[in-house]
Design a protein around this ligand. Structure first.
Ligand SMILES: *Cc1c(COP(=O)(O)O)cnc(C)c1O
Length: 454
């Protein structure tokens, strides 16, 4: 017997000016009913909604592909996972199993990497704030300390002096790579000679071994050329060190910042069409580094601290429709159960959103709101979606970078995070927060516990 089709009521769609026409982004009516073969309805049924889902398979593929692309163009390559991009233990561990070192920017991240079994020698310690205690530990454990400013250098000098220790250090260098505004707040400037000053002072100190040069020119960089400039400027410094002080560097670290396949708000064309490919970034970096004309066996290792480009597409957010609504303008609004407290990146990306069930034939321009009692709680604006019912699910993709670190506990609690494993099983990797979890941190003074007496 043929299955009876469900009745769909007709809708009248008001035409609006200002939204993309059919030559721009088309209606998003493609269905995503599974993640790596596991049904969305089963995931949400078992782990609740909203739910963050990570794909182990995609993370491994991303990392292997990136390694291959760079290794084909430069003989020695090492990745270091940028913890702040996503520091869930399960995520870091997949990267470490793939051979990545750890790149941390705080004492807390440093300790997280150590707790995951990463030895100090495989931790890159970046960032402008490193306490004396943190520096002492990092020096003792042989971490690669990337010095951000002179005050930090003096702390390291003092520590190595008083404790007769040796430190493995590099300097962070900032420079003009033709992309503005300049990121000149981190590290030592190249153009004004500050970086060279720092190098000379470090080289003059026998307790410090200068093993590398580092830069991180920005994030979501849309220009591969900027990386060629950065790599060639660092190669220039390395060449001068080689010629003047006979120092052969262990590595040159060009940081992270490759754009992911997410379209920025305000960008007309989709990311796939405007973002450089990994191959283009790699070509640019290799050609910059090869300006360092020294013997092949003396070439430094190229370190990459790629973050978002390796994890964004491995992350999904499942969310559920709470209500449909008409705004006073007649525009369609959809309220879902995940807000910008979970989706920090909604402030700058037009995330891909797909329905998880067979869509209706009608589509309409809509705005997706989260559940927060805040006007800023807009998950996605200007998206053409099919009609949705209460309880229907939507899936946001490309949410793996920064959301699971920059999310905040605000009005609602952070939900479960699961990982779909390569073998198709599903593992809970971070438990949803509970009222008890929050209450643990609070202290109610005894005098405030007393009920009001009159
Ligand atoms: C944030 C950061 C990264 C990673 O940047 P992405 O844009 O996620 O690739 C790498 N290195 C440093 C020093 C960083 O601060």
């Amino acid at each position: 017997m043929a299955e009876k089709k469900t009745y769909e009521r007709p809708v009248v769609t008001k035409h609006q000016s200002g939204i993309m026409n059919k030559f721009g982004s088309g209606p998003s009516t493609s269905v995503r009913d599974n993640i790596d073969g596991v049904l969305i309805k089963d995931l949400a049924g078992k782990f609740g909604s909203p739910l963050f889902v990570l794909s182990e398979k995609t993370i491994r593929q991303n990392q292997r592909n990136a390694y291959r692309v760079f290794k084909n163009r430069y003989p020695r390559v090492q990745f270091a996972w940028s913890y702040k991009t996503n520091y869930l233990d399960a995520v870091c561990s997949v990267f470490h199993q793939e051979g990545s070192w750890a790149e941390v920017v705080s004492e807390f991240e440093y300790r997280k990497a150590r707790a995951l079994g990463i030895p100090g020698e495989h931790i890159i310690f970046n960032g402008p704030e490193k306490s004396i205690e943190a520096l002492r530990t990092a020096i003792r454990e042989g971490a690669m300390i990337h010095i951000d400013h002179f005050d930090e250098l003096y702390h390291i000098v003092e520590l190595t002096d008083t404790e007769t220790l040796k430190a493995r250090v590099a300097i962070r260098v900032n420079m003009d790579v033709g992309v503005y505004p300049l990121w000149d707040r981190f590290g030592f400037n190249y153009e004004n000679g500050e970086a060279w000053q720092a190098i000379k002072r470090i080289v003059a100190n026998p307790r410090l071994s200068l093993i590398g040069l580092h830069t991180h020119i920005g994030t979501y960089m849309m220009s591969a050329e900027a990386y060629r400039v950065a790599a060639s400027k660092l190669a220039g410094l390395a060449k001068s060190m080689h010629d003047e002080f006979s120092i052969t560097l262990d590595y040159i670290d060009v940081g992270g910042g490759f754009a992911s396949q997410n379209t920025l708000i305000g960008q007309y064309l989709p990311a796939e069409e405007v973002v450089p490919s990994l191959e283009q970034y790699a070509d640019a970096i290799a050609s910059g580094l090869f300006q360092l004309s020294i013997k092949p066996e003396d070439l430094p290792t190229l370190i990459l601290e790629t973050g978002r480009a390796l994890i964004d597409n491995a992350g999904y957010l499942i969310t559920t429709v709470i209500a449909n609504k008409r705004l006073s303008t007649g525009r369609r609004a959809i309220i879902v159960d995940a807000g910008v407290n979970l989706m920090f990146t909604s402030f700058w990306y037009k995330h891909k959103v797909q329905p998880a069930q067979q869509p209706s034939v009608h589509t309409e321009d809509a705005v997706i709101y989260g559940p927060l009692c805040m006007n800023i709680d807009v998950l996605r604006d200007g998206i053409v979606l099919p009609t949705l019912k209460q309880g229907d699910r939507l899936v946001l993709n490309h949410v793996g970078a920064y959301n699971m670190t920059q999310w905040m506990q605000f009005i609602t609690m952070r939900p479960n995070v699961v990982m779909v494993m390569e073998d198709g099983t599903v593992e809970l990797i971070r438990k949803a927060e509970t009222l008890e979890y929050l209450a643990q941190q609070e202290v109610l003074p005894a005098r405030l516990k007393e009920k009001k007496s009159r």
